[in-house]
Design a protein around this ligand. Structure first.
Ligand code: DLL
Length: 441
């Protein structure tokens, strides 16, 4: 195990470093980005008011909306000519959010991701199969630079062309695979169709993220491939993948790269901090970024953070799995539920394959949700290839009862034959919003 010094530093040492870097960042954005200067002035705060780490709370929040309002390069703290790369995250509506990096930023990011790969079990010399999409999405190039920085043999497959992925895994014998959890399931499915056993591949570690996934999905992936599956988190606005990474030793929360990012957890309604260990919205301030520093960026992602030392020996703060984005939270008759919570229970039903979608509909004034889930080949065969009859009704009732008991929601369940729901090559679409277009479908 290679440990980066800062990952095991005493908390006071790390926090002193964070404070120093926070001050530099605050000074930098105040001097160089008119948007931040104006926001600081509106809050009546100056960079010199930052005397302790808690003083970060005096600073204004930044939101995705702010980024969109300054599309594409309005929030840069350097001249565009000083940047060597841009990335963008596809927005659900309209223009994407654009981010930029100086050469130094790219080096730092590569260091962060190299560390993340080690945290997940990778080491120099490993063959790393990188199936995150290359392009404006930060996943492909983010993992790529980290893997090269580590000294791993980097295979830049990108997403898609699943048959070729299967062949390359077989021929190049990678020990680490990087992909979204939904895409890696897709790869496994294709392997089985081609008569190959995913458990017999050379893969030992999976670096899975970019979308919410559940503990049950981890179990499914680990069993399917006979590997360790760890969660990687990040977002383009903050840097890309690598903001936090789960260690393969404990698999108990994601270690935040705290020397680069200061984390806060707030109540998304009151904007006040929640108590340590409680769930809320993650907020990040970058501490080292040159081109595109962010101050108190509201991620919209729901998780909790603990600063207890991890069994792996690292002292960095750990975040829980992201339950989902505030926007993806479904509210059914006053009960809030995230798709990942539903997934957790669905994957325990042995007749179901790990492919599902939730459709949001309007039912009068109320919101209704339909679950669309695929049955396994085995169950489909047992019931004679027809999704009708007593066994099917019993299964539907069982799923409904499970979700009622554990998620406190009542939803319509629609079962589908194997391999009929859409497969993902990147981020899976788990929630389909059909509100207002019920008649169109
Ligand atoms: O998804 C960066 C990334 C690439 C992370 C590869 C991990 C691996 P964006 O496209 O900007 O960046 O999307 C960021 O995806 O705010 C979360 O809502 C979600 N997300 C990312 N990682 C996870 C994760 C990349 N491990 C948005 N669990 C974030 C749950 C995740 N959600």
């Amino acid at each position: 195990m290679i440990l980066h010094g800062i990952e095991t530093a005493a908390r006071w040492e790390l926090e002193a470093l964070q404070l120093e870097r926070l001050r530099v960042t605050a000074e930098r954005v105040y001097a160089r980005v008119p948007f931040y200067r104006q926001r600081f002035e509106e809050c009546g705060v100056k960079p010199e008011d930052i005397r302790t780490l808690e003083d970060v709370r005096k600073l204004p929040f930044t939101t995705k909306r702010d980024l969109r309002d300054h599309y594409p390069f309005g929030l840069l703290a350097v001249d565009l000519s000083q940047c060597v790369r841009v990335h963008a995250s596809s927005g659900t509506s309209g223009k994407p959010t654009v981010v930029a990096y100086t050469k130094k930023d790219i080096e730092h990011w590569a260091d962060i991701v190299a560390r993340a790969i080690v945290i997940a079990g990778g080491k120099p010399g490993d063959v790393i199969h990188n199936a995150y999409g290359y392009g404006l999405f930060t996943g492909g190039l983010g993992l790529h630079y980290g893997s090269e920085r580590l000294g791993a043999v980097t295979v830049p497959v990108s997403g898609g062309n699943t048959d070729r992925q299967v062949m390359i895994i077989e021929d190049f014998q990678p020990t680490v695979i990087c992909a979204t959890p939904s895409y890696v399931l897709n790869i496994a499915e294709r392997m089985k169709e081609l008569g190959k056993d995913p458990r017999q591949t050379s893969l030992k570690y999976g670096i899975f993220g970019a979308e919410p996934w559940s503990e049950e999905m981890r179990r499914t992936l680990e069993e399917t491939f006979d590997m360790k599956a760890c969660d990687i988190y990040g977002l383009s606005e903050v840097i890309g993948p690598g903001v936090a990474m789960e260690c393969h030793e404990a698999q108990n929360g994601l270690h935040i790269a705290e020397d680069h990012f200061l984390v806060e957890v707030i109540d998304p309604n009151t904007l006040e901090p929640v108590a340590e260990g409680e769930e809320g919205e993650l907020v990040f301030t970058s501490l080292m970024k040159e081109a595109f520093p962010v101050i108190r960026y509201r991620t919209g992602d729901i998780a909790s953070v603990t600063r207890e030392r991890c069994a792996c020996g690292r002292t960095t703060a750990r975040m829980s799995r992201v339950k989902g984005r505030v926007d993806d939270m479904i509210i059914i008759r006053g009960v809030n539920v995230f798709p990942s919570e539903i997934e957790h229970h669905l994957l325990r039903v042995s007749e179901l394959a790990p492919h599902y979608q939730l459709h949001r509909l309007r039912n009068g004034h109320l919101e209704a949700v339909e679950l669309h889930a695929e049955v396994t080949e085995q169950f489909y065969g047992e019931i004679g290839g027809k999704l009708q009859g007593e066994a099917v009704d019993r299964l539907i009732h069982r799923i409904q009862a499970l979700l009622k008991t554990h998620c406190l929601i009542s939803i319509d369940v629609h079962l589908h034959p194997p391999k009929t729901l859409p497969r993902s090559e990147g981020k899976a679409v788990r929630v389909v919003d059909r509100r207002g277009q019920e008649h169109a479908v």
